[in-house]
Design a protein around this ligand. Structure first.
Ligand SMILES: [Zn+2]
Length: 398
């Protein structure tokens, strides 16, 4: 399919170093972005589908880097079906598993955790709930696992490893397994803050600096934060990615964001929701955290969006998260919400409002155009202006 998005008012690139891109048109061919900027009327007329953005803002599809997936579009923790598809209506086109710890009766022995990670990865390889890409299969590091075990599942395509839920007496005991997972090119992640399982202690700055994971999961607390004094040490003394989660401590989210900016580490700041969990299912969680960082920590909205898109993609080595030629065609059109005080998406976010979503395109396919069922309506009339295919992109309009 060839797709054109025309009359874009503002293009947010997803790149924190150059967060705005020039132009008003994006052309998509099949699953990739062909061009961002301007296009001739001939280029637009050659497209199968033309979406008129009516001056709205285009951003990369949001990447939620902390989602508790299990199997299928189902969360056992909140006993709800269809939550991932609902997140697509919150602008999330990619979810990254924070490990499949919510699977009821999950295995804890080496063969069991390996099988769980491989099965979860396989089950989501071609399954796209609502059009979302789900990167599942994050092996839960448990005592007894060896470097050879990790090598074996790496060959099966598992590339995520999670420390923090294993039955170790001390968090320092994760160090050799994290090093082994890194040696097998896995992205390693460590639970941060107060303990999440009975019997284990908190994971704080000392642990992070000793374990050297790629990502500090919910550095602002999941949901309980580590001591304030540890944030500056982790930023200064490591290159660990700083994941801010919606279902965490808001005060330390702002503290960490301000420090990351001051210490020139903003490129390491990434956003996830850490849902569904006890905090619930939050289809708009990414939009809330973007609005919180912008309205309360004074981060430019386009930079907060970069932390939710391009920075996540860079840390997790994904081919999405940027509105740039050659990248995955995951694009969201946002706007100021109807009947608010602001007249464009970025001003609304700066004002602390949730952006209204008017279209979600993932893998080059429009998933809906017009109205998200989860956000307020847009003020601009985002619509399908031309369509040569026998398709209806109105989604769940109601
Ligand atoms: Zn979590």
């Amino acid at each position: 399919m060839r797709l054109a998005i025309t009359n874009i008012g503002t293009i947010v690139s997803g790149d924190w170093r150059a967060p705005l891109a020039a132009g008003d048109t994006i052309i998509v061919v099949d699953a990739k972005i062909q061009s961002v900027g301007t296009a001739s009327s001939g280029d637009v007329q050659a497209c199968d589908v033309v979406i008129d953005a009516d001056g709205a803002t285009a951003i990369p599809g949001l990447i939620d880097s902390h989602v508790h997936v299990t199997f299928g579009d189902y969360t056992p923790r909140q006993r709800t079906v269809g939550y991932l598809e609902s997140y697509v209506h919150g602008g999330v086109t990619t979810a990254i598993s924070a490990s499949e710890v919510h699977v009821p009766g999950r295995p804890r022995d080496p063969e069991g955790v390996k099988a769980l990670a491989v099965a979860a990865r396989r089950c989501f390889e071609h399954y796209r709930p609502g059009g979302m890409s789900v990167h599942a299969g994050s092996v839960i590091l448990e005592p007894g696992l060896t470097g050879n075990d990790l090598g074996e599942i790496a060959k099966q395509g598992v590339w995520l490893a999670k420390a923090g839920f294993g039955a170790f007496a001390s968090a320092y005991e994760y160090a050799p397994l994290i090093a082994a997972a890194r040696a097998h090119h896995m992205i390693t992640t460590v639970h941060t803050g107060g303990s999440s399982i009975p019997g284990s202690g908190a994971i704080t700055g000392d642990h992070l600096l000793a374990l050297k994971p790629h990502v500090s999961f919910h550095i602002n607390g999941g949901p309980t934060a580590m001591p304030d004094r540890d944030f500056e040490r982790v930023i200064r003394e490591s290159d660990i990615a700083l994941q801010i989660c919606t279902a965490g401590n808001l005060r330390t989210a702002l503290l960490c964001t301000n420090l990351a900016q001051k210490l020139e580490a903003f490129g390491r700041l990434i956003i996830g929701t850490d849902t569904p969990t006890g905090s619930g299912i939050m289809p708009l969680g990414m939009l809330y955290t973007i609005a919180h960082l912008s309205s309360l920590a004074g981060i430019a909205p386009e930079l907060a969006i970069a932390a939710a898109t391009g920075s996540n993609a860079r840390i997790y080595r994904l081919d999405c998260g940027l509105l740039r030629a050659g990248k995955a065609a995951d694009i969201v059109l946002i706007d100021a919400p109807e009947a608010g005080t602001q007249s464009d998406a970025l001003s609304a976010i700066r004002n602390g409002d949730i952006a209204a979503i008017g279209a979600v395109i993932s893998g080059g396919e429009p998933r809906f155009v017009g109205r998200s069922r989860n956000t307020p309506a847009t003020i601009r009339n985002i619509r399908v202006a031309a369509c040569r295919l026998v398709r209806d992109f109105s989604g769940a309009r109601h």
